[in-house]
Design a protein around this ligand. Structure first.
Ligand SMILES: [Zn+2]
Ligand SMILES: [Zn+2]
Length: 229
């Protein structure tokens, strides 16, 4: 996907981390949070968002995926695995790397931990309130640019074909990382019938930015219309 990496270090948080745009996944534009020193590590890499669907029916998760530009996509790996190996030498056999705060695109090293492979990430990692997270704080500073950028990257038709491939959607409010646990769990914006939210609180908070583009969207014919809950 032809997406330029973009880092925002203009945040008032002390320049310790950067927010990198991954591109579209699960119906929205996704970012990953990285420690400042790791942004350069991934300089020769292309970053994308990758939706992994749980085989045991526990919904889906969005991860940051990186691949070496010269070696191609086959060289791609999860960013949290690349970083764990960089800092700890390797992933112990029988273990996987999970995100402590449950936010799977928060790839600051302090947010990573090992979890036995046979235990679900839900049990290893805490289910903290995403609103308390640094990821939320970082993204909430830039939702105003997320929508127009998303619309600039894709024409309405391209966007619709992207959406068609999605089975699970994440709450569209940019800082919120709540993901549907089953298809069509979230409510759809009653006007455009496209955008999905985990709660009316998120929908209300997103409205300022969603409003200008909501009406520009052609009504998709493939998505069943659900009344706004
Ligand atoms: Zn939400
Ligand atoms: Zn809408």
């Amino acid at each position: 996907m032809k997406i330029e990496d973009k880092t925002d270090e203009s945040s008032a948080q002390g320049f310790m981390f950067g927010l990198v745009i991954l591109g579209p996944a699960a119906g929205k534009l996704k970012y990953t949070l990285l420690d400042k020193q790791d942004i350069t590590l991934l300089q020769n890499h292309l970053l994308e968002a990758y939706v992994e669907i749980d085989r045991n029916g526990q919904g889906a998760q969005v991860f940051a995926f990186a691949y070496d530009v010269k070696k191609g996509k086959e060289s791609g790996r999860y960013v949290h695995e690349i970083l764990w190996e960089k800092y700890y030498g390797g992933i112990a056999p029988g273990f996987k790397v999970v995100h402590k705060n449950g936010i799977t695109v928060d790839n600051r090293v302090e947010n990573l931990m090992l979890c036995p492979k046979n235990i679900s990430h839900y049990q290893c990692a805490g289910q903290k309130n995403p609103e308390d997270s640094l990821y939320w704080a970082a993204v909430v500073e830039m939702p105003h640019e997320a929508e127009p950028l998303y619309m600039k990257l894709f024409t309405a038709q391209e966007e619709l074909s992207l959406m068609k491939e999605e089975r699970y959607f994440e709450c569209h409010y940019p800082p919120c990382t709540k993901m549907e646990q089953r298809p069509q769990e979230f409510s759809i914006c009653g006007l455009c019938q496209v955008t999905r939210y985990c709660s009316s609180a998120c929908q209300t908070r997103d409205w300022t930015w969603h409003k200008p583009i909501c009406n520009q969207r052609p009504r998709p014919i493939f998505i069943e219309s659900y009344p706004d809950r």
